[in-house]
Design a protein around this ligand. Sequence first.
Ligand code: HXH
Length: 353
Amino acid sequence: MIRSKRLFVSVILLCTSVAANAQQTDKGLKDYYKTLFPVGVAITPRHLQDSATASFILRHFNSITAENVMKMEPIHPEEDRYNWGGADAIVQFATENGLKVRGHTLCWYNQAPKWMFYDAAGKLVSKDTLLNRLRKHIHDVVSRYKGKIYAWDVVNEAVSDHPNEFLRNSLWYQICGEDFIAHAFRYAHEADPNAVLFYNDYNTEDPVKRNKIYRLLKKLRDANVPVHAIGLQGHWSVKDPSSTSLAAAIEQYASLGIKIQITELDVSVFTNNKMPEQRNFTSEQELLQEQQYTMLFDTFRKYRQHITGVTFWNLSDRSSWLDNFPVRGRKNYPLLFDEKLQPKKAYWKVIDF
Ligand code: HXH
């Protein structure tokens, strides 16, 4: 009797530990960062139609962003027509599975529809017309997902890369001057006063661009424009940024009293724009990438008070926008998961703290 009771107890303990181990191995990236910040990923609606990909998303991430389908041109291809299908599917998946959604993006010079800027005669529209169109677009999109999308990249990439130019010479700027930026934030805030509104850009660690972005955000904040946070895209490489320039950028933006997210993280294994001799992921790239990811997440954890989210731009090395940019057809290996969706060495470093 005593023996069988002991056996019973051991069987129960064994089962519990098997279950605990299963739990352990089921843990995903998001679980290690649970108390720090949400970990997100950019996806396409097609990912959700494949159950293995959908469960991979749910295991590792607790926030999603549409890589393309919420951008101006795809979602609003003609003045009187919206394409809601893809965006609705992504928001529905998030709602059903308890994921956060970051909206991307409401006002950008790229992937913006031509009709926005031209009249029926093919001439550029007036500032007044363009701002009315922008207001309507932002109101329609933000209202549709009010309460379901918690944060929006309102203005993307408005600052110039040229050292002697402040704002990018886009059609937005040519027609409206810098006013379009403040207006875009005000329209988004009217449509959803609870949404966290972001200015989002790349090369945000470059000292010259960093000061321009700081100047823009300072001006907007001083004018009471509802800009609440900055998105550092985080399209980085194994060599860039350095930990000092990343820390300097985070500290400078945080000094404005705004929150920071890394919105489009990937770490390119290349540091030039040439086609490599070999197509494979080399062990040298693997090591440099592991070191860079370690530094990046060490820094994110150090600045956790300011950082409210980290989102990867694509799921795994199976497919990344960097396979075609800046060199068409150059296979890149920028993410934490390999082509079989298995964790890479960099992954084990990122969760080891
Ligand atoms: C991001 N832009 C976008 O925010 C995102 O929506 C898109 O899916 C992928 C990347 C990054 C980017 C910015 C500029 C650019 C290419 C990508 O083009 C140039 C970069 C440097 C010099 C000239 C052009």
